[in-house]
Design a protein around this ligand. Structure first.
Ligand SMILES: C[S@@+](CC[C@H](N)C(=O)[O-])C[C@H]1O[C@@H](n2cnc3c(N)ncnc32)[C@H](O)[C@@H]1O
Length: 284
């Protein structure tokens, strides 16, 4: 039996978003406050997150890099200090706003950006030639992942790097418990790296993989403070669902002296390959 992994990805993504009561264009990033908080985290310790990810990449001062779903510039800013040029693709208006601000603050001159989804980008009309390195870091919110990946392969003369989630994240674990109580329906986790691997495999791409675990504590002074911060994430939009979320969070947060803590973790995988190492005949 042949399984169409692209279809499985698509269906899982659709069921995931439907269970969360959000549309594809209404992801989390439609809140300016959330994007601002994300931007602050990303800029911490001189762009530590992007600098850490970059360490695993084969880049040089000659590299032309395409960063798909660049956000506020997580990789764009640290990459711009090392490579010759970076093109950022980013559809979310607030992300673009912070990306523009960061480009200006850092006096970066070798970066351009296109405000579109990757699916909307016309590689002939919108981009100037090919790229040595193509990156999509936690930005694979795409239904037709097969076409999106083929487009990345076509535009890359060297490496493609993808970062995505392995296994359930701590947020998935929390939502699985919270959704029936807060929203009255089951939560369906989004597609993970196993499906991505299978889609790539069927394209004749056998990627290298590196797995890391990220752990973080989110600390709040009160349950109310946690609800204010997390209501958006838990899609608690009215008073009744905020109140149910409050009861839920009071139960699951770890209580320490004077504060409430959520232990957040996720397993992430970096998948990468070089154009010369694409086997089989799946890609064309
Ligand atoms: C979690 S953020 C990651 C930002 C950054 N790459 C990082 O690693 O920190 C996901 C980003 O992907 C963008 N994104 C989501 N779907 C996309 C698509 N179809 N094409 C391009 N970007 C997309 C979102 O707007 C958001 O800025």
């Amino acid at each position: 039996m042949t399984i169409d992994w692209n279809e499985v990805w698509h269906t899982t993504m659709e069921r995931h978003l439907a269970s969360k009561h959000i549309g594809k264009d209404d992801l989390y990033w439609s809140s300016r406050e959330r994007v601002e908080q994300f931007n602050e985290r990303i800029k911490k310790n001189d762009w530590a997150k992007g600098r850490r990810i970059m360490q695993s990449m084969d880049i040089s001062s000659e590299s032309r890099v395409l960063d798909i779903g660049a956000g506020p510039g997580t990789l764009v800013i640290p990459l711009s200090r090392v490579v010759s040029h970076v093109t950022a693709i980013e559809p979310a208006p607030y992300m673009i706003e912070f990306l523009q601000g960061n480009i200006a603050d850092e006096n970066v001159e070798n970066v351009d950006y296109i405000q579109k989804t990757w699916e909307e980008v016309d590689t002939d009309a919108d981009l100037e030639g090919s790229y040595d390195v193509v990156i999509a870091s936690y930005s694979l919110g795409m239904y037709d992942i097969r076409s999106a990946l083929k487009k990345m392969v076509d535009i890359s003369t060297g490496y493609v790097y993808l970062l995505w989630f392995s296994g359930l994240t701590s947020w998935d674990e929390l939502y699985l418990k919270a959704w029936p109580r807060v929203h009255g329906n089951e939560y369906v986790p989004g597609p993970k790296v196993n499906l991505l691997y299978n889609v790539l495999y069927d394209l004749g791409i056998y990627p290298n993989m590196e797995v890391t675990k990220m752990e973080m504590e989110m600390t709040y002074g009160s349950v109310g403070e946690a609800v204010d911060d997390l209501a958006d994430r838990f899609v608690a939009r009215d008073e009744a669902s905020r109140s149910r979320l409050s009861t839920f969070l009071a139960e699951v947060m770890r209580k320490t002296e004077g504060s409430y803590v959520l232990d957040v973790y996720q397993w992430s995988t970096m998948l990468w390959w070089h154009r010369d190492n694409i086997g089989g005949c799946g890609i064309h």
